[in-house]
Design a protein around this ligand. Sequence first.
Ligand code: NOJ
Length: 569
Amino acid sequence: MTGSPDADHRDLRLWWKSAVLYCLDIETFLDSDGDGVGDIAGLAERIDYLTELGVTCLWLMPFYPTTERDDGYDITDYYGVDPRLGSHGDLVEMIRHAKDRGLRIIVDLVVNHTSDKHPWFKSARASKDSPYRDFYIWRDTEPPDTSDKVIFPDEETSLWTFDERTGEWYLHNFYSEQPDLNIANPAVQAEVARIIGFWLELGIDGFRVDAVPYLIDAAGADEELAAQYGDPHDYLRALRKFTSRRRGDAILLGEVNLTYDAQMPFFGDAEGDELTMMFDFELMQRLYLALARRDVNPMVDTLRRRPKLNATNQFANFVRNHDELTLDKLSDDERQEVFDAFGPDPDMQLFGRGLRRRLPPMLNGDPRIIKMVYSLMFSLPGTPVLFYGEEIGMGENLAVPGRLAVRTPMQWTAGRNGGFSPAKPSRLTAPLTTGPYGPAHVNVQDQRSDPDSLLAFISLLARRYRECPEVGMGDCEVLDSGSPAVFAHRCTWNQFGGGVASSVLVHNLAPEPVEVTLALADLAPGTEVIDLFSDLSLEVGERGRLLVPVDGYGHLWLRILLPGDRRLR
Ligand code: NOJ
């Protein structure tokens, strides 16, 4: 059909395919009332900061009532707000303010499990006759050894915990205080739909869906229910359908830490009708390996085998999230290389598979490398996701246990408690980072007035990313740079409203400057190419050859000035 905006997917402006996502925990962002805990009113005060930074969508980590066993990922009421953070009233005001500034919001949907203090589980464990008993998964015989499957090996030894009261074991993929919900039970599915419906009604734009492979897996469920449930992907498809029916452009951004092949069914394969987006764990891990080796091949191989997605789907790129920086997809030797380069001390490592450090300390604070890595992350085909504090180069606090080392309070000023809270330091919800990455040296206020700061750079990156929709929405081709340390790729997109947008993105993972020759066969000699981060301007030579000078740890976003591209320089 011609004339329909859907006739050509390439012409669809899907907001999540050119968004800049920013993940934060309200509890550690800004404390407005001086009790030592960040709150919703504090976040509302910083909405303008976030929009100025160039963020277009917030991902709010769990802010629901919780027993704080897993930093909010153990929920006791899906419809509530943790009273330490504020009220529903505060939340709605904050959402309204964010909308007014054009900011979208997605929230964590954590329905693989509840807290063991959730009223459903309290009732379920009280008696086998509880109406909530089948909300969870029980077994009455001794479970097999599952010690090799536990996700938090420092604290758990089995996926099953014996419950004295009713003499049965319940399933928990995560901590034992996080019993798994029985998703095969239609009553549980109805609750999940109600939760989604509730938050959509409050104006949110979608969900970051926690632990999706575990969530949709019905293993352990009663045989009859499991048979009725059928293919878990039918359920995921139904969940997406329900979400879209309630709100057409709401997204499901899934946490699915699997290989590409295994991830594809979670997108709904070519149909693209399950999760809208997924984090690219494969590429993130190969990026670190490439950095450790100063050799782009691990990334080149990964991007070349990255599957082509349905035009409505998207990968989310990141170099840090709130968990351990997992390196579980690397071989033991490769992981050891990354450990040796970026976290040699056992205290910097976690669960034998990841790092509990933030990027700048891993790179010894070298601003050239840090900027190059963020430029690379923003330039990769997909949607970039920042974890709060990355924009100013915050570090970790290794004195804080486990994954919490990277969840220290946001550093706003060099003043008391880094401007996070006026409370006594002993009352803070989490300790601040200290030393060279502490607030005295790394904070928003100082960087706001410094045009060379990381903050200024990330803000410029966000702008460039938005100005280059080909990066988020176009087709990507990895180019042969001829240099092991130089990663070059080209993104091309048929622009909304006509014309083709195309750019070549070049990143040098090594300190030595180098000149590379790229083959851009389709370009006529004389085609002008301009760098969006400097005043460099180049011309395509004979047979589409482009000679590009790249600084040590340099980065270039080369816009190809094709006829009909009316974008401002
Ligand atoms: C994944 C989350 O990212 C992590 O922080 C959490 O502990 C587990 N899911 C359990 O909810």
